[in-house]
Design a protein around this ligand. Structure first.
Ligand code: E4P
Length: 214
């Protein structure tokens, strides 16, 4: 499973990219609206930092406008992947854009059938939102498992991005269930690398080393 950063914050993306394990970035209108500056400039800067797919979402909801906005976003940089919400006009837009060589990440996926339809329309990625399902009392991770199973049975190449990740266990289980990618907010990356026994162990090694004679 690959790691994407789920953020539009340039400083956070730069810092995490230095770890050398980041394969891409996902943004959305809410994340971009938190940042100062022109969203298109921010997306361009992100593409210059991370050498991998960078998802940028349309805000239009009608087919013609979605397609027009998708082209404007795709023109920002060759690594831009256009995020299309899973609505009726969105399905048509996925088909239209995919046939014209524009990669699509279908967003706001909340059940496996939506994911299957998006894949059949030609989406390169589907993004099931685990955390938001958990928030309303459902089991978000179970849809990751089911989507991966369906795509495996039917030999579908669309990649599954585990999205709306809230804690390291979401990452662990997404990896076990076979998600191709997890898109992770910066705070969860820092939670993932922390273990108290690592810190205690290091402290002990350094103390013992200091005590060494000669
Ligand atoms: C995915 O691509 C979305 O940007 C994101 O994961 C949404 O997560 P949230 O539910 O934390 O807003």
């Amino acid at each position: 499973m690959k790691f994407f950063v789920d953020s539009a914050n340039i400083e956070e993306i730069k810092k995490l990219n230095e770890w050398g394990i980041i394969s891409g970035v996902t943004t959305n209108p809410s994340l971009l609206s938190k940042e100062k500056g022109n969203p298109y400039d921010i997306l361009r800067q992100i593409c210059e930092i991370v050498k991998g797919p960078v998802s940028a979402e349309v805000t239009a909801v009608k087919f013609e406008e979605m397609v027009e906005e998708a082209h404007r976003l795709a023109d920002i940089h060759p690594n831009i992947v256009v995020k299309i919400p899973f609505i009726e006009d969105g399905i048509k837009a996925i088909k239209y854009l995919s046939e014209r060589g524009i990669s699509v990440n279908t967003t706001l996926i909340f059940n496996p059938i939506q994911a299957l339809i998006a894949a059949r329309a030609g989406a390169r990625y589907v993004s099931p939102f685990i955390g938001r399902l958990d928030d309303v009392g459902h089991d978000g991770l179970s849809i990751i498992k089911e989507i991966v199973e369906i795509f495996t049975i039917h030999e579908i190449e669309t990649e599954v991005i585990a999205a709306s990740i809230r804690h390291p266990r979401h990452v662990l289980m997404s990896a076990l269930y076979g998600a191709h990618i997890a898109t992770i907010p910066p705070n969860v990356f820092y939670q993932m690398i922390k273990h108290p026994l690592t810190d205690i162990g290091l402290q002990k090694f350094l103390e013992d080393w200091k005590k060494k004679e000669g």
